[in-house]
Design a protein around this ligand. Structure first.
Ligand SMILES: Cc1cc2nc3c(=O)[nH]c(=O)nc-3n(C[C@H](O)[C@H](O)[C@H](O)COP(=O)(O)OP(=O)(O)OC[C@H]3O[C@@H](n4cnc5c(N)ncnc54)[C@H](O)[C@@H]3O)c2cc1C
Length: 500
């Protein structure tokens, strides 16, 4: 008998999302977080990609929008020094919201504790051991050291992950020498802002909005909020920095001087942060009863997408872990977590490292590469494809038993007419239960799913993308079929995912 079912180490976005998803799946997690209160250093400024669709399905997107203090900016994003303009799309292929990480964490913590998860702050995990039955965490809490046992432990403890080290999982990759300083500052006296976003200072003259490259690095200028300048400097070789140390306005000013050769007047800071990029991935996401998720499992060398990948790890892991705990998981289900999410992390690293190559060079050849890339992105299809890669919406997991185009992809949302009224695919997924959705009256397929413990729903839909869909709790289509769909394929899928 263990104290709890799952110990989650770390109350960042990954750990808190995992806690909530485990509760939805009927498991009891305990979150142990070493910080007595939420970290004050600003980190993420935005949340983007596939996870926004999942949050909508779980009924959380409205809470995200209520929590926004800034307007949602036009859909443009920097891809390694190249601007990708998505304003021409009615439905942007990459969605993003300017949600601060601290706000996201508060929202997720409320959601997880509201569902019954326990979060202990000021409790640091200092050691881990495991055997065939359980895993034991050594914890240093406010009242002294203690032990907790669980069936599984998940390290959601960030890029420096002590759990990864304790489990002996290698974390190969690169830490890049470039350091980025970011500041959002008010507009001070002595600085003119032109209508096109360029600024002008007495010492430097006019500095254009966008990127200015010098031998010492890059100065990027923009504005997300009226009256506030967004400034980022990137220096090629500025030594190691500690992400956890609060940044100062003087640091930003010093970096600007090193890059541009003179001072730029800066107003009051609204937000300051700095970071150094790494491209690393854990060799394994599972070692026995210990699993890794989020930054503990992967570090991406670009901004804006890491939380999407980390929270998506949690959504993928939770239902599989719960099935394992509840004794209903088919053989090998938990190992599909590594198979699917390691591949997803590796793919995220590809787009992220491509950004490093695109932004790095300062010579004419590098400039030519950026120009060619920028021209290619004028093409709608290229912009869509790149956006899907960055968002993680182009992922396709293996889907035994079905060769349908939707099988293995994230299920699209569409309206459904049922005997009880109008609903949608997203609403069916609110409770994170697996669903067989019959849109064409196939009772023999419904019977199979019912026997496997899957929720069964019949509905009608205009322009249905398939006749029957078997949807996993994480929103991925496990199996899809049209009129010629055979029961054997569905049987294979039910047995692979739900043991039916
Ligand atoms: C300046 C900056 C800007 C960024 N901007 C963006 C952005 O715009 N969009 C985006 O998607 N990403 C962004 N990121 C990346 C994003 O912050 C991370 O990807 C995210 O924090 C990872 O979440 P996580 O939950 O996996 O890990 P973390 O947020 O690092 O959380 C890990 C938690 O584990 C705790 N912990 C560690 N060791 C222990 C232990 N032994 N016992 C108990 N608790 C422990 C830590 O205290 C911490 O709270 C940015 C990062 C930085 C630094």
């Amino acid at each position: 008998m263990t104290d709890v079912e799952v110990i989650i180490v770390g109350a960042g976005p990954t750990g808190l999302m995992l806690a909530a998803e485990l509760r939805l799946a009927g498991a009891s997690p305990l979150v142990l977080e070493r910080r007595p209160e939420q970290g004050k250093t600003p980190k993420a400024h935005g949340l983007s990609g596939q996870i926004l669709d999942l949050l909508k399905y779980r009924g959380l997107l409205d809470r995200v929008h209520e929590a926004l203090t800034e307007h949602v900016p036009a859909h443009r994003f920097p891809f390694g020094g190249v601007h990708v303009d998505l304003t021409r799309f009615e439905e942007p292929p990459l969605k993003a919201v300017p949600l601060r990480q601290q706000t996201l964490e508060r929202l997720l913590e409320d959601h997880a504790t509201g569902l019954g998860a326990e979060v202990r702050r000021g409790h640091e995990v200092t050691g881990v051991s495991q055997d065939g039955e359980s895993v034991t965490a050594e914890v240093r809490g406010p009242d002294g050291p203690y032990q907790v046992t669980a069936r599984y432990l998940v390290g959601c403890d960030g890029g420096r992950s002590p759990i990864r080290a304790l489990a002996g999982i290698p974390f190969p990759g690169t830490t890049y020498p470039e350091v980025n300083w970011i500041g959002q500052v008010s507009i001070p006296e002595g600085l003119t802002v032109h209508d096109d976003g360029d600024i002008e200072t007495p010492e430097l003259g006019r500095i254009k909005a966008g990127f200015t490259r010098t031998d010492a690095g890059v100065f990027a200028l923009g504005s997300l909020t009226p009256g506030i300048l967004f400034i980022q400097t990137t220096e090629d070789d500025a030594g190691e920095v500690d992400d956890d140390m609060p940044m100062t306005l003087t640091e930003l000013g010093d970096s600007i001087r090193r890059v541009l050769g003179a001072d730029v007047p800066l107003g009051d800071p609204v937000r300051l942060s700095r970071y150094q990029f790494s491209a690393r991935q854990a060799e394994r996401y599972r070692e026995g009863r210990i699993l890794l998720a989020g930054d503990a499992a992967h570090l991406l060398p670009s901004t804006g997408t890491a939380i999407n990948v980390g929270m998506s790890d949690s959504v993928n892991l939770a239902w599989k872990l719960a099935a394992e705990l509840q004794g209903r998981a088919p053989e090998g289900l938990l190992d599909t977590y590594h198979a699917e999410r390691h591949a997803a992390g590796a793919r995220a690293l590809v787009q992220s490292q491509a950004q490093v190559a695109l932004r790095r060079g300062h010579d004419e050849a590098a400039e030519a590469l950026r120009t060619v890339f920028q021209e290619l992105l004028d093409d709608e299809q290229a912009a869509r494809r790149l956006s899907a890669h960055v968002a993680g919406t182009d992922l396709r997991y293996p889907a035994p038993g079905s060769g349908h185009a939707l099988a293995g992809t994230f299920v699209p949302d569409f309206a459904l007419e049922t005997d009880e009224g109008t609903t949608s695919v997203g609403e069916l997924l609110r409770s994170a239960r697996p669903v067989l959705l019959d849109l064409a009256g196939r009772p023999e397929l419904r019977d199979l799913a019912e026997g496997a413990g899957v929720d069964v729903r019949t509905a009608k839909a205009d322009d249905r993308p398939a006749d029957v869909l078997l949807i996993r709790p994480d929103g991925y289509v496990a199996w899809a079929g049209d009129t010629d769909a055979d029961a054997d394929g569905l049987r294979e899928a039910l047995s692979a995912w739900f043991g039916g």
